[in-house]
Write a protein that binds this ligand. Sequence first.
Ligand SMILES: NC(=O)c1ccc[n+]([C@@H]2O[C@H](COP(=O)([O-])OP(=O)(O)OC[C@H]3O[C@@H](n4cnc5c(N)ncnc54)[C@H](OP(=O)(O)O)[C@@H]3O)[C@@H](O)[C@H]2O)c1
Length: 328
Amino acid sequence: METTRTLGRSGIEVSALGFGCWAIGGEWQDTDGQPLGWGRVDDEESVRAVRRAVDLGVTFFDTADTYGAGHSERVLGRALGKRRADVVVATKWGNVFDEDTRTRTGGDASPAHLRRALTASLDRLGTDYVDLYQFHLSDADPEQAALLRDACEELVREGLIRAYAWSTDDPARAAVFAEGPHCAAVQHTLNVLQDAPAMVRLCEEAGLASINRSPLAMGLLTGKRRARQPLEAGDIRSRPPAWLQGFGDGSGADPEWLARIDAVRDVLTSEGRTLGQGALAWLWARSPRTIPIPGFRSVAQAEENAAALEKGALTDAQLTEVDRLLGR
Ligand SMILES: NC(=O)c1ccc[n+]([C@@H]2O[C@H](COP(=O)([O-])OP(=O)(O)OC[C@H]3O[C@@H](n4cnc5c(N)ncnc54)[C@H](OP(=O)(O)O)[C@@H]3O)[C@@H](O)[C@H]2O)c1
């Protein structure tokens, strides 16, 4: 398998594996105390993990202004330093938050907020352009989003961003953004247990990259979580909001999800892959457009995930076998 892929129509080349920077934002919450991060992290370890990833050939990093209420962007910017020019940085806007209290206070889909948010992200990242700027409000009104798409075209003309995308699971919404010439991708949920055929088809037809969030099903597809194994307070998976699947009521991994992982374990761990590497291999086989962006919180996780690149994609026969085993 080629170890690079193109960011849709933009022509921007990235490693076929990106790194997701949600967890390294550390703890943050909603106004009602709902955790929105992945619990405590060690910033120095996060910095080492980012640098190790770059050493191992990873050239694509996905963050958001709101992860850790600005903290993820700051850590990523510090870790990259001068190497920022060698990599492709994607971030997101749309959420409103308070950096001091690390609290998300709401959302704002106005073009005025778009510009304010970009200025703040550039400052935190320590850069003067964003490669891929993504709209983070996945269920926003499509008519409003069309105004944002046009505002993004303006930002491309000004040289502040190179391309843009919508982070959404709805193909109809993604299609609204796809009408803009510099829309390069959709960021959406895709993993072995959560297929998204309509979205993958849209990406293939419209020439967009399919950037895959939660490629490891929020850690479940690494095989390390057991049923009734509680998560740390402050970790979003300990108190899952309605949209977060696979962790039941928060008392541990959902047994039904674990059973489905067991069903495909042998196929995914073939050719010496770890389970997590097999989950990434499934994504590369799923479409030539996919670019998984697994999250990480340590050098060890960064190394294991980056090593998946050399092992490449599953075969078409293995893809069919996974569908059969999961009754699809
Ligand atoms: N709305 C949006 O736009 C949106 C939503 C979700 C995600 N995303 C993006 O997608 C990225 C990835 O998705 P995700 O964070 O939801 O989940 P994921 O990539 O499916 O799972 C990542 C988590 O799995 C665990 N892990 C990773 N590598 C591992 C390894 N080699 N061995 C053992 N455990 C490992 C880590 O958590 P533990 O060690 O704590 O288990 C890590 O934080 C995010 O970082 C973010 O950039 C965007």
